[in-house]
Design a protein around this ligand. Structure first.
Ligand SMILES: *Cc1c(COP(=O)(O)O)cnc(C)c1O
Length: 430
C-alpha cells in the first residue's frame, strides 16, 4: 500500500508540534544553557513522573532503548522463561532475540488484543522470570490479574506503554502498573519530543541508580573492593570522579557497560510543552475514535475495540473487528483503499516472523492473534494531524463502504453460474 498518496493517510503527515514547542526550542538555543543533559531533561522527567505516578522517570533516546534497558534490568539468566505478547511492534521483544532465554508467546484476548490473563495463568510458573506486554493501541491490558499472577510467581513485569499515553486503568496510569514502564516519543506516538525519544517509569530506587549510570556511559555496577584493601581506591580518585555513593564496593553487579542514551535538551524542552498539550491531543484522538465507533456500531457482524468505562483508551490505534470473515474484511479494506483511506493491520503476529520461527515458534501457537490478523480486524487512521475535513471524509466513507460491503455479504447470494437460476436445479428431467 506504499507509494500512493492517500486522502486520509494512516501515519501522521507533518507533526503535532506547534508554535509553543518552537518557542521553547528557540529560547533554549539562544540561551547559554547546555544542549546536552541538563535542566530541561530533569524538568521533563519530573513532570512525566508526576503524571504517571511513579517515584522515578528516566528519559532515553527512544522507546526501543527504553525496552532494551528494561529487559536488562530484569537480570535474566540463561534458561529463564519470559512470557511475551505476540501482538505488538517488534521492538517490544526484540532484545530477547540475543538472550539465551526461553520465550513463550501468550495468546491475546479477542476483545482487547492484549495479553490474555486466562492463557497467562496456564503458562506462568516459578520458572517465569519476566513478562513483557503491551497496551495494544492504547487499550490498557488487564493488569490486575496479570500482576496477581506475576507476584505469585516472582516474575518481573515490563509494560510497553508506547501506545498508552493518555489512557487510564481503574484510576491509575499505565507506566505505574507493573515493575517498569517504557514509553516512546517517536513522531507517530501520542506525544513526541522532536521525532525521537523515550522514557522509563518505575518505583524502585535500585533500578533508578543502575539506569542513571547505564544511560550516561558509566558501567552498570558498583565497584566495591569488599574489604580487600589492595583494591581500595586512592582517596583523591573517588573524590574527584564520583559521588561517594557511586564509587563503592562490589564488582559482582557489573553486568553491562554503559551507553549514551541521553535525551537532548531541545527534545526535553519540547516534551515539557507536549505534556501541557497531552489532554488536547488525546481528546482529538478520542473524538475521532468515537465518531468511527458510532458508525461501526450501526452494523451487524462488526465489533468495537472499546473498554468498559473504568478503563480509558488512548486510541494510539483505532481498531475494529470484522467477525463476518476474511472475505468481507478483504472487500472492506480494498474498498476503503480505493477511496483514499489508508488501512493498516497492526501487527503481524510476532511468533510467525522469520526470526522467531527460526527459534522454533510457528503457526498454531497463538490462535486468536493469528485469526485476528489473518481475517478479523483492521486499523483506521485517527492521528491528531488529520484535518476536520479529512475526519469527515473518513467517517462518511466508512459508513458508505460498510453499507455496500456488508449488505452485499448478507443479502446477495453467492454468484451463480450463468446458466443456472436460483432455487431450481438446472435440469429437472424425470
Ligand atoms: C513505537 C513503538 C516502540 C518503539 O519506540 P521507538 O521510540 O520508535 O524506538 C516500541 N513498542 C511499540 C509497541 C511501539 O509502538
Amino acid at each position: 500500500m506504499s507509494g500512493r498518496t492517500y486522502r486520509v493517510p494512516f501515519p501522521a503527515r507533518g507533526s503535532i508540534l506547534d508554535v509553543d514547542e518552537l518557542a521553547a526550542v528557540c529560547e533554549l538555543v539562544r540561551s547559554d544553557h547546555t544542549l546536552s543533559g541538563g535542566e530541561f531533561r530533569d524538568r521533563f522527567e519530573r513532570r512525566f513522573r508526576d503524571y504517571i505516578g511513579t517515584a522515578h522517570a528516566i528519559s532515553v533516546t527512544s522507546g526501543t532503548v527504553a525496552l532494551e534497558l528494561a529487559i536488562h534490568l530484569a537480570d535474566l539468566r540463561p534458561g529463564d522463561e519470559v512470557i511475551v505478547t505476540p501482538q505488538t511492534y517488534q521492538a517490544t521483544i526484540q532484545p530477547l532475540l540475543d538472550r539465551e532465554v526461553k520465550v513463550t508467546f501468550c495468546d491475546v484476548d479477542p476483545h482487547t488484543l492484549n495479553m490474555g490473563p486466562d492463557v497467562l495463568e496456564t503458562l506462568i510458573s516459578d520458572r517465569t522470570a519476566a513478562i513483557v506486554l503491551v497496551h495494544y493501541g492504547g487499550y490498557p491490558a488487564e493488569m490486575n490479574r496479570i500482576m496477581d499472577a506475576a507476584r505469585k510467581n516472582g516474575a518481573f513485569v515490563i509494560e510497553d506503554c508506547a501506545h498508552a499515553l493518555g489512557s487510564s486503568y481503574h484510576g491509575r496510569i499505565p507506566g505505574s502498573l507493573a515493575d517498569i514502564g517504557c514509553f516512546s516519543f517517536h513522531s507517530s506516538k501520542n506525544l513526541t519530543t522532536l521525532g525521537e525519544g523515550g522514557m522509563l517509569t518505575f518505583d524502585r530506587d535500585d533500578c533508578a541508580e543502575r539506569l542513571a549510570r547505564i544511560r550516561s556511559n558509566q558501567v552498570d555496577g558498583i565497584f566495591r573492593p569488599a574489604g580487600n584493601h589492595l583494591l581500595e581506591p586512592p582517596a583523591l580518585l573517588p573524590w574527584m570522579m564520583f559521588a561517594e555513593d557511586v564509587y563503592q564496593v562490589d564488582c559482582a553487579e557489573v553486568s553491562r557497560a554503559g551507553t549514551n542514551a541521553t535525551l537532548s535538551e531541545a527534545a526535553a524542552a519540547i516534551g515539557i510543552v507536549q505534556m501541557d498539550r497531552l489532554a488536547e491531543l488525546s481528546s482529538r484522538r478520542r473524538s475521532t475514535a468515537h465518531r468511527l465507533d458510532k458508525i461501526v456500531a450501526g452494523y451487524e457482524g462488526l465489533r468495537l475495540h472499546r473498554p468498559p468505562s473504568i478503563i480509558e483508551h488512548a486510541y494510539h490505534l483505532y481498531t475494529f473487528f470484522v467477525d463476518a470473515g476474511a472475505d468481507v474484511r478483504e472487500r472492506l479494506v480494498r474498498t476503503l483503499d480505493r477511496r483514499g483511506i489508508e488501512v493498516q493491520l497492526r501487527y503481524f503476529p510476532l511468533h510467525l516472523t522469520p526470526e522467531w520461527r527460526s527459534r522454533g515458534h510457528g503457526i498454531g501457537e497463538c490462535p486468536i492473534a493469528e485469526q485476528t490478523w489473518f481475517s478479523g480486524h483492521m486499523n483506521l487512521p485517527c492521528h491528531p494531524t488529520l484535518s476536520d475535513e479529512q475526519i469527515d471524509y473518513l467517517v462518511e466513507t466508512l459508513d458508505r463502504s460498510l453499507a455496500e460491503v456488508l449488505e452485499y455479504a448478507d443479502d446477495v447470494p453467492a454468484p451463480q453460474p450463468a446458466n443456472s437460476s436460483r432455487g431450481a436445479p438446472c435440469r429437472s428431467s424425470t
